[in-house]
Design a protein around this ligand. Structure first.
Ligand code: ADP
Ligand code: MG
Length: 420
């Protein structure tokens, strides 16, 4: 799925990239075409006017008439300047005779070639401007004047507006496509994950059934073997060499019984039975049950008397018993095992801290894997059970451990488990 997501993303990138690039190109070309059109129109007018002005001379109302006649509808204004920046003619006759310094016109006088640019009028409208040099004889002298033709850009820019619209549309489509694709990938991934979880659940259920059958079939024979071995052992003299063999038989039977029990616990899917109880009381119960196993280890409880929790009491007890047992087994010498809890928002943080041998990062990585154990007599199911039950109680478990210095198991449990 990861690879498929990458391919889909790349494909989308290529497709939307091509779409946006093509829209950009269209925009650029239409802009060039519009500019070309404006330039051609303005130059045609300039050539026309050059001819007429040469023949008719400067008539005061000429430009005004031209613009107001509507023959040249795109014209915003027309003006004619001499070298001293004086306005010789203008479509707004009030401006005739004024001096208007304009760097663009100065430049056309200096270079003698037509130049175009955009300018913004007093009305806020942006117009296209062509400054065109005219050379002609008047009063016996060769004169140069500059004709300014300002055109409304609106008609010529129609195609540009369309291209801009297309560009906006493809950008929006790109955005929508990206969002949709990510949503799709997200949902597909989620459904795959859920399918896997379901398959895992089914596998566990099957394992549970098998374990139950196995337990039923194995438990009784093991019980008999253990019982008879114990009986035989009692009958043997204390120094009989067979006693040792029988002792091994009993120990192995106990180990098998534990394995079957753990496997049953791990595989069994049980519904939650919720109740509200005092956390300290439960912890004390677990401590009492575990204390007998290692008298050299002091068990300390740091939990306030009235801290209550709504959860599955039996499951929480199983979690605690497993954690305490592991901690005890990790402590070779005497030491203290501390169990503390505090509230944090709507959660309870429950810590089990030991002064045992700790774990290397490699071991720490694997402790929740079923059947992972570093002990010769271990089943490797304890922590897998803890993890499974914690998740069933809507909690999380975190481990901090440094090799040789002990470990802390931190359970984060909801104060109230939601009823199923
Ligand atoms: P088992 O106890 O049968 O080995 P568990 O699933 O309970 O199986 O634990 C798996 C492994 O995790 C242990 O073998 C041990 O290496 C490591 N482990 C668990 N708890 C502790 C602890 N408190 N200190 C050090 N190592 C631990
Ligand atoms: Mg264990």
């Amino acid at each position: 799925m990861k690879r498929a997501s990458i391919y889909i993303t790349l494909l989308l990138l290529a497709f939307t990239g091509a779409m946006v690039t093509s829209a950009l190109w269209t925009y650029k070309l239409s802009m060039q075409a519009a500019m070309g059109n404006l330039k051609t129109a303005a130059t045609n007018m300039a050539v026309n006017l050059d001819f007429t002005l040469n023949n008719l001379g400067l008539r005061r109302y000429y430009f005004q008439k031209l613009v107001s006649s509507g023959d040249w509808e795109a014209v915003a204004f027309l003006a004619l300047y001499n070298r001293d920046s004086e306005v010789l003619l203008h479509s707004n006759i009030n401006l005739i005779g004024l001096r208007m310094k304009d760097p663009h016109i100065q430049r056309v006088f200096a270079t003698g070639i037509p130049m175009d640019h955009f300018m913004t009028l007093g009305t806020g409208e942006k117009v296209y401007v062509l400054d065109y040099p005219l050379h002609y004889h008047r009063e016996g002298k060769l004169r140069t004047e500059v004709l300014r033709i300002a055109l409304h850009t609106y008609p010529a820019m129609g195609v540009v507006r369309k291209a801009r619209f297309q560009l906006t549309l493809s950008l929006a489509a790109t955005g929508v496509l990206w969002i949709l694709t990510f949503l799709l990938i997200f949902y597909i991934r989620r459904s795959i994950r859920m399918e896997r979880q379901l398959a895992e659940k089914e596998r566990l259920a099957l394992l549970g059934e098998m374990a139950a059958i196995l337990a039923h079939e194995i438990r009784n024979p093991i019980g008999s073997i253990k019982g008879f071995a114990q009986l035989l052992m009692e009958k043997k003299e204390d120094d009989s060499p067979e006693r040792e063999f029988l002792q091994t038989m009993v120990e192995e039977c106990i180990r098998l019984e534990k394995l079957v029990r753990d496997l049953l616990h791990y595989a069994r899917e049980e519904r939650l039975r919720l109740s509200t109880f005092l956390l300290k009381e439960l912890v004390e119960e677990c401590v009492k049950q575990s204390e007998g196993q290692r008298e050299d280890i002091k068990l300390a409880i740091e939990i306030s008397d009235n801290l209550t929790i709504t959860s599955d009491r039996d499951k929480l007890k199983q979690i605690l018993l497993n954690l305490i047992q592991n901690s005890q087994e990790a402590m070779k010498q005497e030491g203290t095992l501390t169990i503390r809890a505090h509230e944090k928002g709507d959660k309870i943080v429950l810590e089990i801290q030991d002064q045992g041998k700790g774990m290397t990062p490699e071991v720490r990585e694997r402790i929740f894997q079923p059947f992972f154990t570093t002990k010769s007599q271990g089943t490797g199911l304890g922590m897998a059970i803890v993890k499974k039950l914690t998740e069933q109680l809507e909690g999380q478990i975190h481990v901090e451990s440094s090799y040789g210095q002990g470990s802390v198991f931190r359970l984060i449990l909801p104060k109230k488990v939601s009823p199923q």
